[in-house]
Design a protein. Structure first.
Length: 338
């Protein structure tokens, strides 16, 4: 008789703690076969793996430095001109406006600042791109200990090289979902291969990569597992995961929200597949997880975006800091610091 209280799939996955990589087959079996009280055992394992391989807790804040009027057709996005979302639109912000925003989060203790623009990206360093470079120089001069992260879309090698010369520490380029499903689930106006090429260029010029995606688009568990393994293969330093907030006017406006349990399970699986990487929860933390944010923090993540998102509001930085401090009693093991 088997008296082991752990589900055999979870018992098998404990080998991740000994440094054994989990197979796609096991990860998918866990995704499809673990439910109910077994899910808490999975979450506990993910937290143990996180504490062993990625103990530091990080935070970052972002600014939407150019909003809307994007010619791409990403189905989830409020900023695509292909959808009628009524979002506020504006061109690249003046450097002073960005400096002021960075100063505010710096004053609240955040040391990673993300500069994000809407749009497909840049082939050439035009006047708008030069404004971005000037802004990065000013940010670095004023806050030299702030990590500068940028998210500007698909870039040419010329533009990537310039970012490397203008103090960029990390680049965000999300693959969004399983690469094989990109055309169905995300967009048809650009390809996943173009995004992967930008990630390769970042590596070439010594810029760290932040590459993740969005959950709740209508993807299957197999798609989520495939995204986790694609990210392992690309070998990026950080993975941000968002949960879809269905936005009126987008093709996904009627998409059923993911349950908090499914979100926590997905984070736990991403942690088992990528034991030592930074795993960050971005949009959807407050709106989808609601009262379950504490469980989420024990599901293997070690990084939070704080102070709001691109097109939606989030919790205040001070509130997230107090939340992280209280979670220390559960062995989360860290405050919101870089
Ligand atoms: S995700 Fe980026 S590229 Fe896609 S529609 Fe939105 S702003 Fe444009």
């Amino acid at each position: 008789m088997n008296n082991d209280p752990l589900h055999p799939l979870i018992r098998n996955a404990y080998s991740v703690l000994d440094g054994q990589p989990i197979s796609r087959e096991t990860a998918l079996a866990i995704a499809e076969g673990i439910h109910g009280s077994d899910l808490l055992d999975l979450i506990s394992l993910a937290n143990k793996v996180r504490l062993k391989f990625a103990p530091a807790v990080h935070s970052c804040s972002i600014i939407n430095a150019k909003s809307g009027k994007c010619r791409e057709n990403c189905k989830f996005c409020a900023q695509s001109a292909a959808h009628c979302t009524g979002i506020e639109t504006y061109p690249v912000l003046a450097p002073e406006t960005v400096l002021e925003a960075a100063g505010k989060v710096y004053g609240e203790g955040v040391r990673t600042f993300g500069y994000v623009t809407s749009g497909r990206g840049w082939d050439k360093p035009d006047a708008e791109f030069r404004t971005i470079l000037d802004t990065l120089d000013l940010l670095h001069a004023k806050y030299p200990d702030m990590h500068l992260c940028v998210s500007l879309g698909i870039l040419s090698e010329e533009c990537v090289k310039l970012l490397a010369e203008h103090h960029v520490w990390r680049y965000n380029m999300n693959i969004q979902t399983s690469p094989a499903r990109y055309g169905d689930l995300i967009a048809t106006t650009h390809t996943i291969e173009q995004k992967l090429e930008t990630i390769r260029l970042m590596k070439k010029y010594g810029i760290s990569n932040c590459t993740g995606g969005i959950l709740g688009l209508g993807e299957t568990w197999a798609d989520r597992v495939d995204m986790a393994f694609a990210i392992r293969e690309i070998d990026v330093e950080a993975t941000p995961l968002n949960v879809l907030l269905p936005i009126p006017g987008t093709p996904l406006e009627h998409q059923k929200p993911m349950s908090p349990a499914a979100v926590a399970k997905t984070f736990a699986i991403f942690r088992l597949v990528n034991p030592a990487k930074t795993l960050k929860f971005c949009a959807g933390r407050e709106t989808v997880m609601k009262d379950f944010q504490g469980i989420l923090m024990l599901s293997g993540l070690n990084s939070l975006m704080t102070g709001g998102y691109l097109t939606t509001r989030g919790r205040a930085i001070a509130q997230d800091r107090a939340f992280a401090a209280e979670l220390e009693d559960f062995g989360v093991g860290g405050t919101l610091d870089d």
